[in-house]
Design a protein around this ligand. Structure first.
Ligand SMILES: *[C@@H]1O[C@H](CO)[C@@H](O)[C@H](O)[C@H]1NC(C)=O
Ligand SMILES: *[C@@H]1O[C@H](CO)[C@@H](O)[C@H](O)[C@H]1NC(C)=O
Length: 422
């Protein structure tokens, strides 16, 4: 049917609205029963359901609470924002069976610093103090334990979920100018930011999904057979006048282009207004736009997966979460930023067969689990994917270990402001 139906659909948006969704929903329901047969496989193989226990040991540095718990006490909103993974990863590791209390047998060292929990009164995290705080924490672990100096951090990992990871600035230009904090140049970074060939993404980093509250999403699930009567859905900013008064920086203009081209298109349900039915609406939509904002990624990707809405990723060269374990090209739709004006044609040209296959993959429970940081943790969740990613990097190459007294990093490199004590 593919070709003929696709043509009909192409010329008849109304038909598409009324007919594809119910077929898709039926298929989704079927997919739910037969998901065991359709495995999710990435470039690293069929690894999504691997169990990390027994494959790595992690030593958690014990730091004064001013680096983590005290910061959270000051502002509990940090538990709900999209960078909360850094807090939950800390809690998870403390009670994980991969944790070792004996640093001599550790494969990886983890330093629990909450770098994204400094919020403006409006709840916006700004990472301006993060470089000093991180530097201070590294100074502390390198003088109190012998392990940092052995490798200058090459067997250490850090969770840095802010917009441009360890570049610690929310504006791309400034982030690029800063570069990754020098002291972290040998460490493995676990971060939300992922973009190929970008100074803020070091080779070997682990890209994770942003945090989205699992219980809250669960509470908004609607029956899976509900027809998907919305073709394209998006809620969010198109312009950020406050931070980008002249326009053009925010989302590199891509969101403005979505609005300017499609605000009056009946296939596009797009607006800045966040309705109370936001999560339900995503479950009634075929495609959910995931355009870049200040950073390339957004929580919409996670929401799309959880709610079975095919993510339409508009963020050139983005590296998506756990990209070696998840075949994102098969699951989402990628649209180049410059092609936004053709978004309608691009999406209406996708054949129903392809749509159904993407919906089937999205319905796979292991796919959904990998996007979430639930409490308590659950096999296959994002915590486990991070550990699996770290385990796949073992054993460490012997060349990481420095000669006694050998120094590679320059402790005074970087902007002078970063050198002030924290
Ligand atoms: C690690 O090296 C620094 C000098 O770079 C030194 O100050 C510190 O004492 C060393 N740490 C240990 C535990 O020896
Ligand atoms: C370390 O960085 C500082 C600041 O950029 C620079 O002045 C200094 O020469 C560097 N030291 C070494 C040993 O490269």
């Amino acid at each position: 049917m593919g070709r003929v139906l696709a043509l009909v659909l192409f010329f008849s948006p109304l038909f598409l609205l009324s007919s594809v969704p119910s077929a898709a929903a039926r298929e989704e329901a079927v997919g739910r029963r037969s998901h065991r047969t359709e495995r999710i496989s990435g470039s690293a193989g069929d690894v999504l359901e691997d169990d990390p226990v027994g494959r790595l040991k992690v030593f958690v540095y014990e730091l004064p609470s001013k680096y983590n718990k005290k910061i959270l006490q000051k502002d509990s909103r940090c538990l709900n924002h999209m960078f909360a993974a850094e807090i939950f990863m800390h809690r998870f590791l403390l009670s994980s069976p991969v944790r070792t209390l004996n640093p001599k047998e550790a494969d990886w060292f983890y330093t629990p610093v909450y770098t994204t929990c400094d919020l403006t009164p409006n709840g916006l995290p700004l990472p301006f103090k993060s470089p000093r705080m991180m530097r201070s924490a590294i100074q502390l672990i390198s003088s109190n334990w012998p392990y940092w100096n052995r490798t200058e951090g090459a067997d250490h990992f850090f969770v840095v979920p802010h917009d441009f990871g360890a570049c610690f600035h929310y504006q791309e230009e400034k982030a690029i100018e800063r570069g990754i904090l020098h002291l972290l140049q040998r460490a493995t970074l676990v971060q939300t930011f992922g973009q190929r060939n970008h100074v803020c993404l070091k080779d070997g980093s682990i890209t994770i999904p942003p945090y989205a509250p699992p219980q809250k999403m669960q509470a908004h699930l609607i029956p899976p057979e509900t027809p998907r009567s919305i073709f394209v859905y998006f809620r969010g900013l198109f312009y950020d006048v406050g931070n980008d008064p002249e326009g053009g920086y925010y989302a590199r203009g891509a969101r403005a282009s979505v609005w300017e081209n499609f605000k009056d298109n009946p296939l596009f349900d797009i607006s800045t207004e966040h309705p109370a039915t936001y999560y339900e609406d995503m479950q009634r939509a075929v495609f959910c736009l995931c355009p870049l904002g200040w950073a390339p990624w957004s929580p919409r990707l996670v929401e799309g997966v959880i709610f079975g809405c095919i993510p339409v990723i508009i963020a050139d060269d983005i590296v998506l979460p756990f990209a070696d374990a998840i075949p994102w090209e098969e699951i989402g739709v990628f649209v180049a930023e410059k092609d936004v004006p053709n978004l309608d044609t691009i999406l209406t040209s996708i054949s129903p067969d392809v749509i159904l296959r993407k919906q089937r993959l999205l319905a796979n429970p292991s796919m959904k689990q990998a996007m979430l940081f639930p409490q308590p943790a659950h096999p296959g969740d994002a915590f486990h994917q991070i550990l699996n990613g770290l385990a796949r990097k073992l054993p460490h190459d012997q060349s990481l270990y420095l000669m006694p007294g050998q120094k590679v990093l320059n402790w005074t490199a970087g902007p002078v402001g970063d050198l002030k004590p924290w």
